[in-house]
Design a protein around this ligand. Sequence first.
Ligand SMILES: [Zn+2]
Length: 250
Amino acid sequence: MERDALESSIEWILSSKKTLVLTGPEISAESGLPDFSDPEFNPPISNFRSSREVRAKYWKSLRSAYHLLANAAPNPAHEALAELGMMGYVHSLFTQATDGLHQRAGTLDVIELHSSIQWIICTSCGKDARTDDIMSVLEKGAEVPACEACGKDLLKPGISFPGQPPPHWEIREAWMQLHGCELFLIAGASLDVQPGASLPAVAHEQGAKIVIISERESLADDYAHAVIYGKPSQVLPHILGKIKERIELN
Ligand SMILES: [Zn+2]
């Protein structure tokens, strides 16, 4: 961990009046989860709707990954962010993750930029269902689950597949919240996937300090005020610990 970047980030978290957080697949991966924004889980919507074979392949992939999700637990990165939130240092958290682990860790205000893998919607009649219930249907041998209401087998998670508009409310909310943001803390997000990819530039225009915590380099590193290369599950608890020390000293 770079000492200056780390020290500066701690100062900014302590002094910022409005800190927003963006997280993504690196944090999910540390809980043993696959990247649900991977093409395997995101077939183009036109292919998905027109081909039963594409749908069967999709449900097979999702079923094996969902098994991991059912057994996954929040990791120290989720927990540190939840605790920073409870201490009043996080205004809201945007995430590219669809797995619900931030909520399970106790973060209250989560904006899911890619919606959630935990809900399924019928693209024919709009009826929704819990993914858990659809998984039970698949366990019983169905290759492609059908809608309980209309009987068509055009169910999918609320996640936007290529060719579908991204979740409208969430993106609008993220943009609105960036207004007046003083610190934008990006941890384990994928900055080449929209809509998250455009958010650092918006925060930058708002005059926010930008801190990136990631094992990987990204295009946004060039204009970030601090980049900490490391695992979010190690860096975030470290930051939390330092903040607690500082509070106790004062
Ligand atoms: Zn239906």
